[in-house]
Design a protein around this ligand. Structure first.
Ligand code: NAD
Ligand code: LMR
Length: 338
């Protein structure tokens, strides 16, 4: 039922154990830890020194993943929870990462996952609202443009929604933009930190290449091809996996990267800024209340939502294509909970 390392943790009054805001006392829970993303994500989180306790939950296989990951020689304690122990998995947690849900197959859009994943995410959000209402929630499950509003609306219903603590993980778009720009500009990804704004699906993904000198140089077909590759990078993986799912390893990397940044912000580090999909005032006047833009992460989660900065005429067009689609996706999520 529980992985072997569980017994010690469960015997302790975990709310007291994890109530400190100290970085050394940070429990992180992964919901969907047995899956294609969940397993490597759990491994990468085991390597993060800011995680003191790693709680792994899935309706299938989490105790086995926990037993395996728990042998890695870093300090954190790992506990695995089977399906009926969701509340125990969440108790006292500071951060919850959610990669639970089904992935795409070739020919599907992310929105095609809505019917299955919406209720999975809603039910997990309801449990978080009940057991760990002050946890920071990082949503990976697709369609992110809809699942994040679903989590928000579910928590709102329970009277515990805090917009500073809810994040859609769009880091994979940033990772791809950086990697792909580096490969066409003969540079290193570390020199290609492209802000990616909007949402997480096709045309809602808007890379702001003009904000980097390397990106600004790209013109015509080279520019169009790069934008397309960043917007539809997910399709490349879905096609190559040929029915076996979508990005898992690069997503685990991106998920661990974002979690690590959040933990650094929570532990008091200043100047931690990265794009993420949050409740945002930036396009509220267009009826869009969730949007990804560079966000400063701090001790309370969202510290500051930065403006999107100057756009090229091409980026203005990309943004205009993004907004109506994003609005539709957000409204679909909200309507599901209402
Ligand atoms: P997967 O099928 O390999 O794993 C999903 C896991 O979720 C499974 O282990 C399953 O048992 C578990 N699960 C299902 N219902 C659950 C529930 N109610 N509670 C707990 N666990 C539950 O899929 P995957 O490849 O890991 O992808 C997971 C999700 O992440 C998909 O929706 C996919 O589209 C999405 N994704 C998002 C991004 C992103 O950039 N945000 C990138 C890649 C994939
Ligand atoms: C991705 O961008 O790789 C993920 O959203 C998974 C997918 O369905 O493409």
């Amino acid at each position: 039922m529980f992985a072997r390392s569980a017994a010690k943790t469960l015997a302790s009054p975990s709310s007291r154990l994890f109530s400190s805001s100290s970085a050394r006392q940070t429990k992180v829970t992964v919901l969907g830890a047995g899956g294609g993303i969940g397993q490597p994500l759990s491994l990468l989180l085991k390597l993060d020194p800011l995680v003191s306790n790693l709680s792994l939950y899935d309706i299938r296989g989490a105790p086995g993943v926990a037993a395996d990951v728990s042998h890695v020689d870093t300090s954190s304690e790992v506990t695995g929870y089977a399906a009926e122990h969701l509340d125990a998995a969440l108790e006292g947690t500071k951060v919850v990462v959610i990669p639970a849900g089904v992935p795409r197959k070739p020919g599907m859009t992310r929105d095609d996952l809505f019917n299955t994943n919406a209720s999975i995410v809603r039910d997990l959000a309801a449990a978080i609202g009940r057991v760990a209402p002050t946890a920071h929630i990082l949503v990976i499950s697709n369609p992110v443009n809809s699942t994040v509003p679903i989590v928000a609306a579910t928590l709102e219903k329970a009277g515990v929604f805090d917009p500073a603590r809810l994040f859609g993980v769009t880091t994979l778009d940033v990772v791809r933009a950086s990697r792909f720009l580096a490969s066409v500009s003969d540079s290193s990804p570390s020199e290609c930190n492209v802000p990616v704004i909007g949402g997480h699906s096709g045309p809602t993904i808007v890379p702001l290449l003009s904000q980097l000198s390397r990106g600004k140089r790209l013109q015509g077909e080279d520019y169009d091809k790069l934008v397309y590759r960043i917007q539809f990078g997910g399709d490349e993986v879905v096609k190559a996996k040929d029915g076996a799912g979508s990005a898992t390893l690069s997503m685990a990397y991106a998920g661990a990267k974002f979690t690590g940044l959040l933990l650094r912000g929570l532990s008091g580090e200043k100047g931690v800024i990265t794009p993420t999909f949050v409740k945002s005032p930036l396009f509220a006047d267009r009826g869009i209340d969730f949007f990804s833009s560079p966000v400063e992460l701090g001790v309370n989660g969202v510290e500051k939502i930065h403006p999107i900065g100057p756009l090229s005429p091409q980026e203005e067009k990309l943004l205009e294509a993004c907004l109506p689609e994003l609005k539709k996706n957000i409204e679909k999520g909200k309507a599901f909970v209402a």
